[in-house]
Design a protein around this ligand. Structure first.
Ligand SMILES: Cc1ncc(COP(=O)(O)O)c(C=O)c1O
Length: 397
């Protein structure tokens, strides 16, 4: 067996399952899950219609690079969304089956594990795939704290020179899961400078970019920052995003990677061996989805309504604020995060994720200890019901 498999952590949801294993929540309260970031708003109808209209395409093997139509639709969206000059759909975009597999695959593609010090920087808290991807690529993950006191900004300059010199890949999550932090242009500038100095690749995980609250101020992305900072060819940058949150279609498994052609060329080679091509009917539906903004704006409106109501209900108890983007509340708990989550489930039948299940201790601090992640991804009424129960639970505490 691959010995690196032993280094993988149990998945956060497996840890949660174990935490609540002995609980018998009150039967009269409907169970409400705010632990998992699975959007529960309706998927737009046209996605299903497009899927069924293209069933005949299942008779053919699709290409790893995906259809021209899909890549053109993505290129148009990227230019429109981020004010970028036209992208080349042939060399700057690769469709992927959801960003998760691609975020994993990029580490397998870029890490040179012949170097015994191969290092991958991950945010802390982090999406669990970053850690698993680094370990299975034969690299060591190094966790960089994102703390509320520091405005959730990663202080890369505090890292030892040897760590930066050994870094081959940096995962960035903006908008952040779970913090909601959106990297400022100055943060990107510093990251690009360090990438130039040490040669690492930046994998920018941007799946929450379309869930924001100020219509006039959408989150900036890595390609946009690179363009604005005059970084030709998006050197050493690859972004990853998907339709999962933007179009409420997590089961569609549809996203893309875009950026530096030099890296994408190698990534395509890697994918032609490792990855499954995207189902052609999914490609057609995805092309339609990237070309439609109406449903995305409507989706944002639903999130705005929920956050406007729920944040004031929970702020007095859990110190929450509306995130800059994304659909998570990163809430400070009055007791330990695991006790909070376990008892909230046992007494009120509401599930949230203990922060320490998505963090590690780094520099003597565990940024998830004493926090829970609350995903306001369920329907409005369920979220409101859950918020009332959480407030009642906090009052009791
Ligand atoms: C931070 C982050 N990145 C990536 C993903 C993967 O999403 P998908 O594979 O649906 O694009 C998720 C899913 O919840 C996530 O929270």
């Amino acid at each position: 067996m691959n010995p690196n498999l032993d280094r993988l952590q149990p998945y956060p949801f497996e840890k949660l399952r174990r935490l609540i294993a002995g609980n018998i929540p009150p039967g009269h309260l409907e169970p409400i899950q705010l632990s998992i970031g699975e959007p529960q708003h309706l998927m737009p109808r046209f996605i299903g219609e497009s899927l069924t209209a293209h069933l005949k395409s299942l008779a053919y093997y699709p290409a790893t690079l995906g259809s021209q139509e899909l890549r053109e639709s993505i290129a148009t969206w990227l230019s429109w969304r981020y004010g970028l000059p036209p992208l080349d759909p042939a060399t700057q975009i690769i469709p992927v089956n959801g960003s998760r597999e691609a975020l994993f695959a990029i580490a397998q593609c870029v890490i040179d594990s012949r170097r015994p010090d191969a290092t991958v920087l991950c945010p802390n808290p982090f999406y669990q795939i970053y850690e698993g991807a680094a370990l299975l690529a034969g690299a060591a993950p190094v966790f960089v704290n994102h703390l509320p006191e520091g405005g959730f900004v990663a202080n890369l300059d505090a890292l030892p020179e040897a760590t930066l010199a050994a870094t081959q890949l940096v995962y960035v999550c903006s908008p952040g899961n779970p913090t909601g932090h959106v990297l400022r242009i100055e943060e990107w500038r510093r990251l690009f400078e360090l990438s130039d100095r040490y040669g690492f690749v930046i994998a920018s995980d941007e799946g929450y970019s379309e869930i924001y609250f100020d219509e006039d101020n959408p989150p900036i992305g890595a390609l946009e920052a690179a363009h604005r900072l005059g970084r030709p060819g998006y050197r050493n940058i690859v972004i990853f995003t998907s339709l999962s949150k933007r179009s409420n279609a997590p089961g569609l498994r549809s996203g893309f990677a875009a950026g530096d052609t030099r890296i994408l060329k190698e990534f395509l080679l890697y994918r032609s061996y490792q990855s499954s091509q995207m189902n052609p009917a999914v490609q057609a539906a995805s092309a339609a989805a990237w070309g439609n903004e109406t449903h995305v704006a409507e989706n944002r409106h639903l999130y705005r309504e929920k956050f406007d109501r729920i944040v004031p209900m929970l702020a007095p108890w859990l110190g929450v604020r509306r995130p800059e983007a994304g659909f998570f509340l990163w809430a400070r708990t009055p007791v330990s995060d695991t006790e909070f989550a376990r008892r909230l489930h046992a007494e009120y039948n509401v599930l949230v994720l203990p922060g320490s299940f998505i963090t590690h201790e780094a520099d003597g601090i565990n940024p998830g200890a004493g926090f829970v992640r609350i995903a306001l991804a369920a329907a409005y009424d369920k979220c409101m019901d859950a918020a009332e129960r959480i407030a009642a639970f906090c009052q009791k505490l």
